[in-house]
Design a protein around this ligand. Structure first.
Ligand SMILES: C[S@@+](CC[C@H](N)C(=O)[O-])C[C@H]1O[C@@H](n2cnc3c(N)ncnc32)[C@H](O)[C@@H]1O
Length: 262
């Protein structure tokens, strides 16, 4: 895997690439600051909620003894009820292993098909390159960032607008470090969706195409009303003439869902 680097973006006005100023880092693996986890309740290896209570209690006891050192410690999951997206085996099958994660990522990475463009009134955005077609149902890349304990584990809350939570496990914050998916803007007619999935006994946050996506199209998903209410500003996507809160009267009460992880 490539080392962390600086993001490059295509400036539509000057018609040339420029480097997005650091300290924002383009990463290929989740980052983790052990100091963030020092005071947090140890959640390493916490099983998915769907695991039977008895099993969960046993495994939690074992897990809380384990110090959090790596992203894998935090994201590891051995649910006997959920299939790996790569091999199709259940999470407690010994034949499902970390190689599934590496292979899945290799097979589904579309970084080379994406241009980051901007800045515009929404900052930067992620677009398919000329000639690129993505198919409905296609898995795109994983949402990468810095792994942070959930507010309930530390008592701290975050103001980051690049934060996505895996319920009961951790938050992935791409404010300072992430991959191209951190540039996906919000739209009330989205072409991708965000899922909490499992690959190689590990929690992952993945994007999936909701329909065929053509060349030079912006990749967008609906952040949901919760995001904008918390951020204190409105969605300005062109699905509506005026700034709005997605969902109007029928607002979701919860943050961006990583459904199978919760
Ligand atoms: C995850 S970032 C997306 C990438 C961002 N455009 C950038 O340049 O880093 C989310 C931020 O983008 C902007 N944004 C994205 N979609 C928006 C929308 N539909 N309406 C208003 N602001 C939006 C907001 O500033 C929001 O906090």
């Amino acid at each position: 895997m490539a080392k962390d680097s600086q993001f490059k973006a295509y400036d539509l006005h000057r018609k040339k690439q420029h480097a997005i100023s650091s300290p924002l880092a383009n990463i290929t693996r989740h980052r983790l600051n052990p100091a963030d986890w020092a005071d947090a309740e140890a959640v390493a290896g916490k099983p998915a909620r769907k695991v039977a209570k008895k099993r969960a209690a046993k495994t939690k006891k074992r897990a809380t003894k384990k110090a959090v050192r790596t992203a894998t410690d935090i994201l590891h999951c051995w649910s006997a009820e959920i299939e790996c997206l790569h091999c199709g085996k259940l999470g407690d099958d010994p034949n499902c292993e970390s190689k599934c994660y590496d292979r899945f990522r290799k097979d589904h990475s579309i970084r080379h098909l994406i241009d980051v463009k901007g800045p515009s009134h929404l900052g930067y955005g992620a677009f398919t390159r000329p000639g690129v077609q993505l198919s409905k149902g296609q898995w795109l890349d994983e949402y990468l960032g810095e792994l942070k304990p959930l507010a309930g584990d530390t008592g701290e809350t975050s103001a980051s607008l690049y934060r996505c939570e895996i319920p009961g496990i951790c938050a992935v914050d791409a404010e300072q470090a992430g991959n191209w998916t951190r540039f996906i803007n919000s739209h009330c007619r989205p072409n991708v969706k965000l899922w909490g999935e499992f690959v190689g006994k590990r929690h992952v946050i993945l994007f999936q195409a909701l329909r065929d996506i053509g060349p030079e199209e912006e990749i967008v998903f609906n952040y949901g009303s919760w995001y904008f209410e918390r951020a204190g500003f409105k969605c300005v996507c062109d699905a509506y003439k005026r700034p709005h809160i997605p969902g109007g009267e029928h607002r979701a009460k919860k943050p961006v869902r990583c459904s199978k992880a919760g």
